[in-house]
Design a protein around this ligand. Structure first.
Ligand code: NAD
Length: 429
């Protein structure tokens, strides 16, 4: 294994800047260096514990056999079962899944829930596949991983291009192999199959809670706070709606093919209705059309990238005009951009804290499945609020105590917690 111990992160090339594994490794190294992490533990935590590659034969609708490559990476199971989504996309790669698995370890540790980190993916083009093909591929992927997943081992969830239906197929396949219904094997299920109330809005709700906390910290008030959100999918639309409900002025919404802007504020309830009818945000009468790249660098108090990774890079970070950057997406900011944002004095709520409301409510789903007793939506939301507020305060205190920015503080806090547990468990054999 190459020696990585106690070297500070080297300058990244532009190609490396957008490689998620390099990005997470650079942040890990910086935080580990500041923590003066023990050499051995540094090596243990820098690399995933297990990487599984499967080649899945699937009979397509026209009778052909196609073989898809799938991954499941378990980065750490020190604090509990692995936890992390499964994504279906043509550009899924082992490096990406590795990075996402490590992020899950740090995210679960930041919010202090008893999970490790894992992630999975299949290289496929889900948009060109029928429901039947997706179902057969999902079931065969589950069968190939049957020994490695389970409520006490590794608990998958939805991610890009997978959803409640995908989780229902995984739960059913796993249960058929075990000879009994085991709904705690995955989270993000439909509510009638053991899903949790509040899970669908949970990531957006968490974002709205940490944004409230940032405002309090910076002596700002919602009624005088403008917000721009990139991405109007699950995370973006729920964040926008919940903030709008609390009186924030949401002035911009960006999508991959254009944006909306209204300096007086966009009525998010009406926009949601419009999108439900038309399938797009474009043409909404309550706002003007805007440029998708310009919207990200337009003046606002809170910017929420909630679409995809690597949207804030060395190319546009200097142009950002927000006071608070609240990262809804995973990995929206590159490490090179981090330094620019720090020099600009932007208050960053890093992804591993900001979007952790989703995995926190997944944890609640797993708890409820194992109890066989389900909470009301209010109970779920109250518990989520307490965890998000505590975690925000933990990160802020760590940042002040160690004189580091919020992202480094979140990584340090998480690595410290995982390192402590790893050392306490000791090295077997
Ligand atoms: P989604 O597919 O529901 O929504 C994504 C939205 O972003 C879509 O409306 C899409 O059109 C838009 N989009 C895609 N690329 C874009 C681009 N380049 N510019 C502007 N808009 C673009 O996905 P989601 O579940 O909302 O997830 C969004 C991000 O949040 C991802 O990074 C995901 O990993 C992360 N995340 C999601 C959850 C969750 O609970 N859903 C939890 C934690 C993190």
């Amino acid at each position: 294994m190459q020696s990585v111990v106690k070297e500070t992160a080297p300058a990244l090339t532009l190609a490396q800047e957008t490689n998620p594994w390099e990005a997470q490794a650079a942040r890990f190294d910086e935080a580990a260096h500041r923590l003066k992490l023990d050499d051995g533990i540094w090596k243990v935590l820098r690399y995933p514990a297990r990487e599984i590659i499967v080649h899945i034969p699937v009979q397509m609708d026209d009778g052909r056999i196609e073989v898809f490559t799938g991954y499941r990476v378990q980065h750490s199971v020190a604090r509990g079962p692995g936890k992390g989504g499964i994504r279906y996309a043509p550009d899924v790669s082992l490096d990406e899944v590795r990075a996402l698995a490590s992020w899950m370890t740090w995210k679960c540790a930041v919010v202090n829930i008893p999970f490790g980190g894992a992630k999975g993916g299949i290289i496929c083009d889900p948009k060109s596949m029928s429901q039947g093909e997706l179902e057969r591929m999902t079931r065969r992927y589950t069968a190939a991983l049957i020994e490695f997943i389970g409520p006490e081992k590794d608990v998958p969830a939805p991610d890009m291009n997978t959803n409640e239906q995908t989780m229902a197929w995984i739960m059913d396949t796993y249960s058929m192999h075990m000879g009994q219904t085991i709904n705690a094997v995955v989270t993000g299920k439909p509510v009638n199959l053991g899903g949790s109330r509040g899970r669908r809005e949970a990531t957006g709700r968490g974002i709205s809670i940490v944004t409230d906390q940032a405002l309090k910290h910076l002596n700002m008030v919602p009624a005088e706070t403008t917000v721009i959100v990139q991405g109007f999918g699950n995370v973006g639309s729920n964040s926008a709606k919940l903030l709008w409900d609390k009186g924030y002025k949401v002035i911009g919404i960006g999508e991959y093919d254009g944006a909306l802007f209204n300096a007086d504020g966009i009525d998010i309830s009406e926009l949601l209705e419009f999108k439900a009818k038309k399938g797009t945000i474009h043409g909404f009468p309550g706002a003007q059309a805007a440029d998708k790249d310009e919207i990200l660098v337009s003046k606002c108090d809170v910017l929420i990238p909630a679409a995809t990774e690597n949207v804030i890079t060395s190319r546009n970070a200097a142009k950002l005009q927000c006071r608070i950057l609240c990262e809804g997406a995973n990995g929206p900011t590159t490490t090179v951009a981090d330094k620019i944002l720090e020099e600009k004095g932007i208050f960053v709520i890093p992804d591993i804290l900001a979007n952790a409301g989703g995995v926190t409510t997944s944890y609640f789903e797993w708890v409820q499945d194992r109890m066989g007793y389900f909470w009301t939506e209010d109970e779920v939301n109250q518990r989520l609020e307490r965890i998000m507020i505590d975690s925000f305060n933990d990160v802020l205190q760590y940042s002040v105590a160690h004189g580091v920015n919020n992202r480094t503080a979140a990584y340090m806090l998480a690595i410290d917690r995982v390192a402590y547990t790893t050392k306490q468990r000791g090295m077997y054999a």
